[in-house]
Design a protein around this ligand. Structure first.
Ligand code: IMP
Length: 444
C-alpha cells in the first residue's frame, strides 16, 4: 500500500509534520526527487532534528530511502547520519544506486551562476546546494551516479571526463578560480571513500526492486515529495523552479515503480492555509505594496515562523492562491488535502483568498502557462470572516467540529473548489496538533 504526500504550493507547506504523521504507520518512507535543498525539522521525544536530506521517518526507526530521482550529496548524507547516531539513533537509510551524486563543483557552480544572474536581476534564489547543476549533468549524460562511487576505477574515469569541463567553465566562462572543487585527485579520494562506506554499510539498493519486494511483503510505503507543485520543473513557474519533479508523477520515475503503483494508493496534497515563498517568482496574492499589506505579511510571517529552514531567509507571504491549488489538484491527481497553519490566521483584522486571477481583462481560474503572464496576473480576491484565536490544543483534542465556524467555512470552500476531501487540519506545530478526519491507510 502506498501514500504519496506532495506540496501543492511553493515548497514550504509543512509537509514534514504530515509525513511524520502518516509515516507512523509506514514501514518505508521514500524521497523520490531533490536533494539537500529540502529542509525539514522533526521533533521526537522533545528532541529536535534538523534534516535536509535524510528522510524524516529515519528518526523513528522507519526505513528511509533516497530514490533514483534524487541527487545525493554524500557529505550531507554522512554528516546527518553521524549526527543522528551521536544522538543515540540507529537510522536505516538506503540510497538508490541510480541516484546522482552532488559534487563540490556543483555547489560552486550553483553559487557562481546565481551571482552572474544577479547582475541582471535574474537570480532564481536557489538554496545553493548544487541541485540544478547536478540535474544538468544528469540530463547531459555526464553525471556520476551513486553506483559509480562503489567502483573506484569507474569513478576516476568519469571524474577525468567531467572535472576538466567544470574547471574550464569556472575559469574560462566565469573568470573565477576553480580551486579545490576541481582537484581531481582529492575528489576521487574523498568520493571513493564515501563509496567504500556506502558499500560497507550495505546502504545502496536497486530502488525499484527493493521497493517492489517491500510492497510484496505487505509493507506500507510513503512517497515523500520535497518542494512543491509550483516549483516543479515542468508544472511550476519556470524558471523560478527547482530542477526536479516534486509532483506525484515524480514518485514513479524517481523510484522505479510504475504509475499504477502510485495511482493505486492515496495522493495527499499539503496546503498551507496561506501562501509563502522563498526566492523569486510570481506571487499574485503576495501581501506587499502598501503599509497595511506589509504589516499583515509581517504578522503572518512572524506567527507562522516563515523563515527558510535551509537558508534562514524571510519568506514572502500572501493570501491563499486558489488558481495554484486547482493546478496542483489536477497535476497531482489529489485524493485528499491536508490543510495546516490554520491557527496562524486566527484573529487577523481581515482575511481573504485569491479566488481567481485577472489577466488582460479576463478572469482565469488556473495559472497561465507563461511565467511572464503569471507575473502580470492580479488576484480576484474573496473575503472570509476571520476566525478568533482559541485554545488550539483543546480544538485538536475535540476534533473538526470544535473548529471555529468561520474556519470550517474556509475549509469547506477549499473542498468544493478543489473537488477533494480535507483529510487533516493542522492547528499548531506539534504532532498532536493535527485533527485527522480521514486516515489514508484506511482507504488504500
Ligand atoms: P534549488 O532547488 O536550490 O535549485 O532552488 C530552486 C528554487 O526552489 C528556489 O526558489 C528555492 O528557494 C526553491 N526551493 C528549493 N528547495 C525548497 C524547499 O524545500 N522549500 C521551498 N523552496 C525550495
Amino acid at each position: 500500500m502506498t501514500v504519496t504526500i506532495v506540496g501543492t504550493q511553493l515548497g514550504d507547506e509543512g509537509k514534514g509534520a504530515l509525513v511524520d504523521r502518516y509515516g507512523g504507520a509506514a514501514d518505508v518512507v521514500v524521497r523520490y526527487q531533490g536533494g539537500d535543498n529540502a529542509g525539514h525539522t522533526v521533533v521526537e521525544d522533545g528532541e529536535e532534528y534538523a534534516l535536509s536530506l535524510v528522510p524524516s521517518g529515519a528518526v523513528r526507526g522507519t526505513t528511509g530511502v533516497l530514490g533514483n530521482g534524487c541527487v545525493v550529496n554524500p557529505q550531507t548524507l554522512f554528516s546527518e547520519l553521524d549526527d543522528l547516531r551521536e544522538r543515540g539513533l540507529e537510522p536505516d537509510v538506503r540510497v538508490a544506486r541510480r541516484a546522482h551524486v552532488i559534487f563540490p563543483y556543483h555547489r560552486r557552480l550553483d553559487g557562481i551562476e546565481e551571482e552572474a544572474k544577479a547582475d541582471s536581476g535574474e537570480e532564481i534564489g536557489t538554496t545553493g546546494r548544487g541541485i540544478g547543476p547536478s540535474y544538468e549533468d544528469k540530463a547531459a549524460r555526464r553525471g556520476v551516479r551513486v553506483g559509480d562511487l562503489l567502483a573506484p576505477d569507474v569513478l576516476r574515469e568519469k571524474l577525468e571526463h567531467v572535472v576538466p569541463q567544470k574547471r574550464a567553465l569556472i575559469e574560462d566562462v566565469y573568470d573565477a578560480d576553480a580551486g579545490e572543487e576541481c582537484d581531481l585527485e582529492a575528489l576521487h579520494e574523498e568520493y571513493a571513500d564515501y563509496g567504500r562506506r556506502l558499500g560497507e554499510e550495505g546502504m545502496t539498493v536497486n530502488c525499484g526492486d527493493y521497493l517492489a519486494d517491500r510492497l510484496a511483503d505487505g509493507d506500507n510505503v510513503v512517497f515523500e515529495g520535497a518542494q512543491g507543485t509550483c516549483i516543479d520543473v515542468d508544472h511550476g513557474n519556470y524558471p523560478f523552479v527547482t530542477s526536479s519533479n516534486p509532483t506525484a508523477g515524480g514518485a514513479t520515475v524517481g523510484t522505479g515503480l510504475g504509475p499504477t503503483v502510485v495511482g493505486d494508493g492515496e495522493v495527499i496534497g499539503v496546503v498551507k492555509a496561506y501562501l509563502s515563498r522563498v526566492g523569486s517568482g510570481p506571487m499574485p496574492t503576495e501581501l506587499d505594496g502598501d503599509d497595511e499589506a506589509e504589516a499583515l505579511a509581517t504578522e503572518i510571517r512572524e506567527r507562522g515562523g516563515e523563515f527558510g529552514t535551509v537558508t534562514g531567509r524571510p519568506r514572502r507571504v500572501g493570501w491563499l492562491d486558489l488558481p495554484v491549488l486547482r493546478h496542483a489538484a489536477r497535476a497531482n491527481g489529489l485524493t485528499g488535502i491536508a490543510v495546516n497553519h490554520l491557527d496562524v490566521l486566527a484573529d487577523l483584522d481581515e482575511l481573504a483568498v485569491g479566488h481567481a486571477y485577472e489577466l488582460d481583462g479576463e478572469t482565469i481560474h488556473t495559472p497561465p502557462t507563461r511565467t511572464e503572464a503569471w507575473e502580470e496576473c492580479s488576484p480576484v480576491t474573496r473575503s472570509f470572516e476571520p476566525w478568533p484565536d482559541v485554545d488550539w490544543d483543546a480544538v485538536a483534542d475535540e476534533g473538526y467540529d470544535a473548529l471555529p465556524a468561520a474556519a470550517r467555512t474556509y475549509l469547506e470552500y477549499l473542498e468544493s473548489e478543489l473537488d477533494t476531501e480535507v483529510y487533516a487540519v493542522g492547528v499548531g506545530p506539534d504532532r498532536d496538533q493535527t485533527i485527522e478526519l480521514v486516515d489514508p491507510w484506511d482507504r488504500v
